[in-house]
Each structure stands twice: as C-alpha cells, then as structure tokens.
Write a protein that binds this ligand. Structure first.
Ligand SMILES: NC(=O)c1ccc[n+]([C@@H]2O[C@H](COP(=O)([O-])OP(=O)(O)OC[C@H]3O[C@@H](n4cnc5c(N)ncnc54)[C@H](O)[C@@H]3O)[C@@H](O)[C@H]2O)c1
Length: 435
C-alpha cells in the first residue's frame, strides 16, 4: 500500500519506518528542516532501539522517503496518518494548533477520496473538528473519512511495540474506512492480532483513559510508598504482593520520583480539562497529578535532609531521561529536581547515556552544572549520588568503584534500582523511595 505519514516525531517516524518495513511505500512529511536533513542522511533524530537500522534499510530499498510538502503527501496516498504534536497548552488543555493546520493543508490539496487518520492523541470529538475543517477548505464534491487510530507505543520500545501491538484500536464511522484499515493492518491480523473497531469518539477516549489509568497506578504505589516509609516496610514487597493479583498486575507499580515524559502528564491534564468541558470533575485524576508532582518535592526534601545544607556540595546525578532507553526529557522529573538542587546552591555533575544533549537545550550553561561522558566521572569527590532514571547501565554499575570515587557514599535512589541489603553491605548509606 501507499501510506502518507505527517510528522516525523516519536510516533510519526516510528510508524512510517515500520509501515515501510512491512512492505508499504511510505512518504513521511516533516516540516522541520533540520530533522529532514538528518533523515535524508539516514540518521534518526530520535534515539529508539532498532530505529536507525530499519530506517537505513528501507531508505536503501526505496520504500520510504521524506518531504516537507504536505501537497506531495496528499497526492501520494489515499491514506494519511496525522502524527503531529498535541502538547499541553497554558490552560492545561491539548494544544491542537498543529492538527488544525495539517487538516487545513490536507483539505486544500485534496483532489480525490482520502482516509484521514488521527494517530496523534487528541481530545474526544476532535475528529468532528477535523471533518468540519476539511469540509470548509476542500472541494465540495470530495468524499473523505476521518478516523482515529491511537498509538500505544512506549518510548524506548517504540519499534518493538509498533511491530508487536497488544491491541489495534480503530475508531471509524464508515465501512469504506474499516476496509482500508483491514488492508493496512493485514500483516498484523494475519499473525493473529485482531482490530478493535469502535466509534471514533470511543477510540479518542480509549487513548486518554489508558494513559490516565497507568498514571493512577503509578501514583497509587507512590501513595503507598509514603506509608511504607512511615511504618518501615519496603514498598517493593507491597507492590509484589498486590501485583500478583492478576486483576491488578505488577506492571506500573514501581514507586519512585513519579511519571514524566511527553504523554502521561499532558494526557492526564488534558483528560481532566476534557471532563470539565462536559461538566464532570475527574477528581481521581487531580489527586493522581498532585501525588505525582509531590514526588519531585519529596525527593528534594530527602536529599536536603540527608546533606543538611546542599550549598557548594558536589552531587552526582545519574539519569536525566524521563525513563530508560530514550533521549526524551520532556516533562522529566529530572528537570524539576535539577532546578531545585541548583536553587539550593549545590554543585551538580550530570550524566545520562542518551539524554544529555536534549537536557542541555533546556538548562542554560552554569558553573554549577557540569556534564560528563562517563557515569563514573560524575562521582569524583561527590557527597551524594542521585539516581533519576532506571538505565540498565546504572543497575549493573561497579559498586566498589562508585564507593571509591565518592567523598561520602550516600546514594539516593529515585527509581529503587539498587538492592538495599547489597548497598548497605558494600558500605553505602542507601535511601530509596518508600523503602
Ligand atoms: N511520544 C510518545 O511516546 C507517544 C506515544 C503515543 C502517542 N503519542 C502522541 O502522538 C503525537 C505525536 O507525539 P510525538 O512524541 O511523536 O511528537 P513530536 O513532537 O516528537 O513529533 C511531532 C512532529 O510533527 C512535526 N510537525 C508539526 N507540524 C507539522 C506540519 N504541519 N507538517 C509536518 N510536520 C509537522 C514536528 O516538527 C515534529 O517533528 C502526540 O499527540 C502524542 O501525544 C506520543
């Protein structure tokens, strides 16, 4: 099939490359010239395991190409996936300006039937706004469908998740659109996946409902982490015991400094506002957000309590990405924590295997901020090591070497990646979250 994807970010680029890998001819439209420049040289602007390899392969085999022209994208295929950003606007709602702009441009260039698919996460009823926009700007006699096909990939596992979905949700209003989706996803249905076909509004809600549920799970275990700390039990034990109930499950019951990233915080917030628009109070999600934001504050308080005064003390920070296996720092807990530490006058030495470049674009240069290329280099003369991302290379680090390099062997583990008994037997003063 021929497929057009608009937006070459985490979702768009991964979708485009994976559709090409499945044998389709794909045109991916991106407006950022720097991204286009990298992509045309076979380099991926984002770090995702396996992405560069399949990008290169499909470029070489001529199944994917990139362009800055939406007209070209619209002419190329009857199937158009919208994968542009829907960031949080100042009032907490989803900012749909990129989706609106793309919808107008698609409409202006349409010359025949198109299936326009929202893959971006958008509030319920956005498909109606897209439809209205297309009707306003397109030739009157043209037929088209607007559908929803939310994306559930996890950053850090994006290619794997796209190729091995545990569900494919399709929100449609016409038989014609269903048939096109059946063709697009045939390689998956042949392998036993089924399409979950529903109303477009339901598909739009399913995406927010899923992310919000995951956020609730994280905040729930973080709430229990506070109790665990007070009564002197390990929250991991509670998570294990609770998580063995199949109805609950162990995933997303990891206590720590809370969730971040480009999806959960903004989607929870947008869902709260969406509900308000319908006169509903999603208080459960407001509490979820409150618990989550508090985690960063609690972590900072913990550090300050341990060091008494942070001023001019050298502190090593391991991990800036909002989670392991990604270079994404959007809304990462590290942002608030590093800012808070700087405000207390600490001298920080930061290390992350992938996310330092993105982090540097947010924080201006400062004598108090030092970035190093090796995790052990961050430790020289440090009075505490703070772990903010659960990278495997931290879990596998040489504890003896860490202890030798540090001035004081204090570890504050914001992701509970280390074993307390092991750390203590190695001579560390170890502090986890809810342990
Ligand atoms: N990142 C994730 O893990 C994830 C997972 C599921 C769903 N989503 C949702 O998918 C959507 C995209 O997320 P993302 O993380 O890929 O965003 P992103 O910001 O990484 O990528 C969006 C891309 O769209 C491009 N773009 C914007 N306007 C354009 C235009 N008019 N023409 C061409 N390109 C244009 C931008 O330059 C950017 O490269 C969001 O709604 C997000 O909530 C994200």
């Amino acid at each position: 099939m021929k497929i057009t994807v608009i937006g070459a970010g985490y979702v768009g680029l991964v979708s485009a490359v994976c559709f090409a890998e499945l044998g389709n001819k794909v045109l991916c439209v991106e407006k950022s010239s720097s991204k286009l420049d990298e992509l045309s040289r076979g380099m991926s602007p984002i770090q995702e395991p396996g992405l560069t390899e399949i990008l290169d392969k499909n470029l070489e085999e001529g199944r994917i190409r990139f362009s800055d022209s939406i007209k070209e994208g619209v002419d190329f295929s009857k199937v158009i996936f919208i994968c542009v950003g829907t960031p949080q606007s100042e009032n907490g709602m989803a900012d749909l300006s990129q989706v609106e702009e793309v919808s107008r441009q698609i409409a202006m260039h349409m010359g025949e039937y198109k299936l326009i698919i929202e893959k971006s996460t958008v509030p319920v009823k956005t498909h109606e706004l897209i439809r209205r926009t297309i009707k306003r700007y397109a030739r009157e006699d043209l037929e088209f469908d607007v559908a929803s096909n939310p994306e559930f990939l996890r950053e850090g596992f994006a290619v794997y998740d796209f190729m091995n979905p545990d569900r494919i949700v399709i929100g449609v209003e016409s038989k014609r659109a269903v048939e096109i989706f059946q063709e697009i996803y045939q390689p998956f249905t042949e392998n036993g996946n089924t399409l979950f076909v529903t109303k477009t509004s339901a598909a739009e809600i399913i995406k927010y409902a899923s992310n919000s549920f995951l956020a609730i799970k994280i905040s729930y275990i973080n709430m229990l982490a506070d109790l665990a700390e007070k009564v002197g039990v390990d929250v991991d034990m509670i998570a294990e015991g609770v998580g063995r109930d199949k109805r609950i499950g162990r995933d997303f019951l990891n206590a720590g400094i809370g969730y971040g990233g480009s999806c959960l915080p903004k989607d929870v917030n947008a869902f709260i506002h969406m509900a308000e628009n319908y006169g509903l109070d999603f208080g459960l999600l407001k509490e979820t957000e409150k618990i989550n934001l508090n985690r960063r504050k609690q972590f900072l308080e913990k550090v300050e309590k341990l060091l008494w005064i942070n001023r001019d003390k050298k502190i090593a920070v391991w991990g800036l990405a909002f989670k392991a296996n990604t270079d994404d720092v959007r809304d990462a807990p590290s942002l608030g924590i590093v800012k808070g530490l700087l405000e207390t006058g600490a001298q920080l030495c930061l290390y992350d295997p992938e996310a330092m470049e993105n982090f540097k674009t947010i924080f201006s240069e400062s004598k108090k901020l030092n970035y190093v290329e090796d995790k052990y280099d961050a430790l020289h003369e440090s009075e505490a090591l703070l772990v903010l991302t659960e990278w495997d290379e931290f879990k596998e680090a040489d504890l003896k070497r860490i202890k030798e390099l540090m001035k004081l062997p204090i570890v504050v583990d914001g992701r509970n990646i280390f074993n307390r008994d092991k750390m203590e037997s190695e001579g560390f003063e170890y502090h986890g979250m809810g342990r």
